[in-house]
Design a protein around this ligand. Structure first.
Ligand code: BT5
Length: 279
């Protein structure tokens, strides 16, 4: 038997055992019955769950309302980049948060909290060596398996709501990614060699995140600081950061207690980076 045939057979058998009598190749759609009374807005196809969540938040949707979609046609990354979100394979969802805080700065570490909690969850439940690249990438080795896009609505001293968008690659196989993403992207299924029940993962991750956000908005970033440091792939590395003020090169020294990156630049000066990305 050829290697590829074996792989396909294994995949079908896995589906068979994970999902009952499912032997066809239809995507495993989310199980809506499990979403009742949980403030979950389910869509088959959307432009972006973050955009829908922002609209719902503007219309008054309560804290922790969550938008989840099988597929995003215009999934968004940061800085106008796109997020590849094919149907029935990953988890694409956005959680609305309505914290009782007045300053946007207090909300800023929410991306780091989300990343640390997701890494912890995937390590603990799936035994997957996930690391966090500052500020919003979830990596296995050098490949990205998830990303976070946080958007804040408010003025400087007023926060109306936050939308935290999470994209996690779950059941994609290598040939499901477009060629340009293949060398840089992976999924839980590629890493673990089996398919996952997305409904269970989604509900369990959503639950962990809600617990974490309650704690974060009550006590700040400090309960998550060590967790983030434990799982980061950034500190100690020589990095290049692109940020609104331009490009900076240097060594990532530490994370401040409110989630900014401390970088020692090429002249030896210590720089505090609140926003940017490692390129
Ligand atoms: C992110 O942006 O990593 C944030 C991704 C957030 C996606 C979620 S899905 C639910 C919610 N609704 C949305 O519309 N968005 C959020 P960034 O750091 O800018 O990374 C984007 C880059 O990651 C792209 O330019 C690609 O290089 C790469 N990429 C795109 N899709 C990917 C995928 N599925 N897996 C791995 N890498 C991907």
């Amino acid at each position: 038997m050829k290697k590829t045939e074996k792989l396909i057979l294994t995949k079908l058998n896995d589906r068979h055992s994970s999902y009952g009598n499912k032997l066809d190749d239809k995507p495993d759609l989310l199980d809506l019955k499990k979403f009742e009374n949980k403030n979950i807005y389910y869509y088959e196809t959307v432009d972006s769950t973050n955009l829908i969540a922002r609209r719902l938040a503007g219309e008054g949707a309560p804290n922790f309302s969550t938008v989840v979609a099988e597929e995003q046609q215009e999934g968004r990354g940061r800085l106008g980049r796109s997020w590849f979100s094919p149907r029935g394979t990953g988890l694409w969802f956005s959680i609305i948060l309505r914290p009782d805080i007045s300053s946007q700065a207090d909300a800023a570490p929410v991306t780091l909290v989300t990343a640390a909690v997701l890494a912890d969850y995937l390590r603990d439940h799936l035994d997957l060596p996930v690391l966090v690249k500052w500020p919003n990438d979830l990596l296995v080795g050098k490949k990205k398996t998830g990303g976070i896009l946080t958007e804040i609505k408010g003025e400087l001293n007023r926060v109306s709501y936050l939308v935290v968008g999470v994209g996690l690659n779950i059941n994609q196989q290598e040939n499901d990614f477009p060629a340009e993403l293949c060398p840089r992207a992976t999924s839980l299924s590629i890493e673990k060699g089996k398919l996952f029940n997305r409904t269970e993962l989604f509900l369990s991750i959503k639950n962990e995140l809600e617990k974490a956000y309650r704690l974060f908005f009550a006590e700040g970033f400090s309960p998550f600081y060590q967790l983030w440091k434990k799982y980061n792939s950034t500190l100690g590395q020589n990095i290049t950061v692109s940020r609104p003020g331009g490009i900076l090169r240097g060594k990532a020294l530490d994370l401040t207690e409110d989630g900014a990156l401390l970088l020692q630049d090429e002249r030896g000066d210590i720089r505090i980076i609140n926003y940017g990305e490692i390129i």
